[in-house]
Design a protein around this ligand. Structure first.
Ligand code: UGA
Length: 356
C-alpha cells in the first residue's frame, strides 16, 4: 500500500481526490485539515488517518515530519482561495498561502520527498492582451498561458487582490529554489476554475462571507435575489469539471517519471465563458434542472468590484491554459463540457440546499 500525505484533505478538491484514491484501494492517506465534513463518509475507512488541525508552520509540521520520509508523495491543497478574502484579509491570505506553509517545502527538501503542490492559474495575473489595443485582444500569443514561458503580471502592491497570487508565486519560486539547490522533487499544478459538487458554501447556511462566483450565483438563484455581475461581467474564466481535474492528479501520481519537476496547467480550454455568459447559462440550467421557467428571467444586476469586494479589487481578465504539456506528458485533456459541468454541479447545489 502506497503512503500519501494530503494537507487540506477536507476541502473541495481534497474530498474528490480522497474519494478517488480510497476507491482505488492502493493508498493509505494521512490527511490534515480543520474540517472533515466533506469527507465524513470516509471517517471509518482504515486507509484514511485524519488529523484535525489548522495547518501552521509553528505546530503542524513537527507532527507531519515523521510521516514525510516514507511517503510516496506529499500533496498540498490547503489554502485560502476566495478573492473576497484577498481584499478583506490580505495578512491572513499571505500567511495561509506562504508564511504558514513554506516550512513544508523545507521538510520535503530535507527528506527528498516528492511535493505535489496545487498552486493557481492566478499566478499569471492579467494577460499581455489587456495592455494592448483592443484589436489585438484575440491574438493567442498575448493571452494563452504557457507554464514555462508566460510572464506573471500582477497589479500594484496597494491593490490587495494580488496578495494571494504573489504569495502563491513566491511559494512556487521557493519550490524551484529548493529543487535547484537541494534536489527537491516536485510537481506544481495550476488549476483553472475547477467546478463540481461540494464546492464552496452558501453564506448563512454552511459558511460565512463571499464565496466564489458559482456559489454567489447559486445563492442568488436559491434565495430569489439578483445575480450580481462584477464590473460588467466581462472577465473570462475557463471552467473545468472536478472529475477531469482529479484524472490529471491521478495521472501525475501514477506517472512520476513524466510529472516530476514540472508545472502543469490543468484547465478546460473549451470551458471558456464570460461571467455574463455564465450567469445567463446558469439561469437556463436552473430552469432545466428544477422545471421552473421563472428562472429564465431571474434578475441580473451590475455592481462595481470595489463595492462588491471592497477597495483594492482588481481582476484577471482572461485565463486560457496552454495544455500541451499535460497532453504530451500525462495524456490528459478535459472531457466534460461547460454545460455538463454546470448541470452536474448545480443539480448538487439544488439537491443539497433545496429552494424556498
Ligand atoms: C479564484 C482564485 O483566486 C483562484 O486561485 C482559483 O484558481 C479560482 O478561484 C478557481 O476557482 O479555480 P476567481 O476565478 O477570480 O479566482 O474567483 P471567483 O470568485 O470565482 O470569480 C470569478 C469571476 O466572477 C471574477 O471576475 C469575479 O469578479 C466575478 N464574480 C464573482 C461576479 O461577477 N459575481 C459574483 O457574484 C462573484
Amino acid at each position: 500500500m502506497k503512503k500519501l500525505i494530503i494537507l487540506g484533505c477536507g476541502g473541495f478538491v481534497g474530498s474528490h481526490l480522497i474519494d478517488r484514491l480510497l476507491a482505488s484501494g492502493e493508498y493509505h492517506i494521512e490527511g490534515w485539515d480543520i474540517s472533515f465534513d466533506k469527507i465524513a463518509q470516509h471517517r471509518e475507512n482504515p486507509n484514511l488517518s485524519f488529523h484535525q488541525r489548522y495547518i501552521n508552520a509553528d505546530t503542524t509540521f513537527e507532527e507531519i515530519e515523521p510521516y514525510i520520509a516514507d511517503a510516496e508523495a506529499v500533496i498540498s491543497l490547503a489554502a485560502i482561495c476566495t478573492p473576497a478574502q484577498y481584499v478583506s484579509s490580505p495578512v491572513k491570505t499571505i500567511h495561509s498561502n506562504f508564511i504558514d506553509a513554506y516550512a513544508l517545502i523545507d521538510l520535503c527538501a530535507k527528506h527528498k520527498s516528492w511535493l505535489m503542490h496545487t498552486s493557481t492559474c492566478e499566478v499569471y495575473g492579467r494577460t499581455l492582451s489587456s495592455y494592448v489595443p483592443t484589436d489585438d485582444y484575440d491574438d493567442p500569443d498575448l493571452y494563452e498561458q504557457r507554464e514555462d514561458e508566460t510572464p506573471l503580471i500582477m497589479g500594484p502592491s496597494k491593490n490587495h487582490r494580488w496578495s494571494y497570487a504573489t504569495a502563491k508565486q513566491l511559494f512556487e519560486r521557493y519550490i524551484f529554489a529548493h529543487n535547484s539547490e537541494n534536489g527537491l522533487p516536485f510537481t506544481i499544478i495550476r488549476p483553472y476554475n475547477w467546478f463540481g459538487p461540494r464546492m464552496d458554501f452558501i453564506p448563512g447556511r454552511d459558511g460565512e462571507g463571499v464565496p466564489r462566483v458559482l456559489a454567489c450565483f447559486m445563492t442568488a438563484l436559491l434565495d430569489g435575489k439578483p445575480m450580481q455581475l462584477v464590473d460588467g461581467g466581462d472577465a473570462y474564466r475557463t471552467i473545468t469539471y472536478i472529475d477531469d481535474a482529479i484524472d490529471a492528479l491521478q495521472k501525475m501520481l501514477e506517472g512520476p517519471k513524466n510529472s516530476r519537476d514540472q508545472v502543469f496547467n490543468i484547465g478546460n480550454r473549451g470551458g471558456e465563458v464570460t461571467m455574463k455568459g455564465l450567469a445567463h447559462l446558469m439561469r437556463e440550467l436552473a430552469a432545466e434542472i428544477t422545471g421552473k421557467e421563472s428562472f429564465l428571467s431571474h434578475p441580473i444586476e451590475d455592481i462595481t468590484g470595489n463595492k462588491f469586494y471592497g477597495e483594492g479589487y482588481e481582476d484577471c481578465d482572461r485565463r486560457v491554459p496552454d495544455i500541451s504539456k499535460a497532453e504530451s506528458l500525462l495524456g490528459w485533456r478535459a472531457k466534460t463540457n461547460l454545460r455538463e459541468t454546470l448541470r452536474i454541479t448545480m443539480a448538487d447545489y439544488f439537491e443539497r440546499y433545496g429552494r424556498d
